[in-house]
Design a protein around this ligand. Structure first.
Ligand code: MN
Length: 305
């Protein structure tokens, strides 16, 4: 046994695991929304950075990841038409959930979040579902020519009759990137918007995120945390389809990922918009750091194995 086992050393091939990595290598939804292509390379590059990040037994947090099992279910096949890729993603994510795993889905464009949310709704029809979208944008744009895209996943969620808008939180949205009409759309459906400016001071973001999780957990049985990397400031996350000058810091992103992992009701997490063609290393390490801290959080859950 090595004296320095890493995250990569404990990931097992296949879809068995407490946490199961799944890749969605598509950026067609980003292109439809007018964004720059490249996020289709996200899952492949993400995996290449896993090998360079994260001790399996973390002596600072005092958490040993070998308490849990981490699987890698591979990618959704990359050559499907976009609507079929969404169907395939829903089926795969649902099969991981039904197998008892917590999917951690790496995009790819943010359009993945509707197929992922749908997988949770399909898998837990008698459960009340809550969703937090950590994003500079609201992503409630209408479809374009009938097509889903990276700006539309949460409109599709809010229009599903199985989902209650009062159980939806937009976290760290930025008013300079959000139209009045879209903000009104979320509020008319009783969704909550927590603006970036409300959580930008000091260590407020991680604390506000914990409170948001707590509020949803009070009303819901099962939670989906969706994390768009463009909610993080571009000095920490330059390699995203739409970089923002202002935003969350890396440290806050890691704390929030840990909190999401640690919460016993979080059953699904997705990470969107890593675009290694714009910037590979800094953003890749950040994305893997979010995965690592999510896994640390899950390993800290009581009774998990
Ligand atoms: Mn987004």
């Amino acid at each position: 046994m090595s004296d320095d086992p890493r995250l990569a050393d404990i990931i097992r091939h296949g879809q068995e695991g407490t946490v199961v990595l799944l890749g969605f290598p598509y950026d067609a939804g980003v292109a439809i929304n007018g964004g720059r292509p490249g996020a289709c390379h996200g899952p492949e590059k993400f995996r290449s950075w896993i090998g360079r990040y994260g001790t399996a037994d973390n002596p600072e947090w005092n958490i040993d990841l070998t308490r849990i099992t981490i699987g890698d279910a591979g990618d959704i096949p990359a050559d499907l038409p976009l609507d079929q890729s969404h169907t395939a993603l829903t089926e795969k994510t649902a099969s991981i959930i039904q197998n008892g795993g917590i999917p951690f889905v790496v995009g790819g464009g943010n359009d993945q979040s509707w197929p992922n949310a749908r997988a949770l709704l399909d898998s837990k029809p008698d459960r009340s579902i809550g969703v937090i979208n950590i994003d500079a944008h609201l992503d409630v744009r209408p479809l374009k020519d009938g097509q889903a895209h990276s700006g539309s996943p949460f409109r599709l969620l809010l229009e599903d009759p199985r989902f209650s808008g009062s159980q939806f939180i937009e976290f760290a949205a930025q008013g300079s990137q959000v139209s009045r009409e879209h903000a009104n759309y979320v509020r008319e459906r009783e969704g909550q918007i927590i603006w970036y400016s409300e959580v930008a001071r000091g260590d407020a973001a991680a604390q506000a995120f914990r409170s948001a999780l707590g509020r949803l957990a009070w009303e819901c049985d099962s939670l989906f945390v969706s994390f768009d990397l463009d909610s993080i400031r571009s000095s920490d996350a330059p390699g995203v389809s739409c970089p923002g000058i202002m935003g969350l810091r890396a440290k806050e992103a890691f704390e929030m990922a840990f909190n999401a992992g640690a919460h016993p009701k979080v059953d699904l997490f997705d990470l969107s918009e890593y675009n290694p063609l714009i910037e590979d290393e800094r953003t890749g390490r950040l994305a893997v750091g979010i995965f690592y801290h999510f896994c640390l959080g899950v390993a800290s859950r009581r009774g998990v194995s």
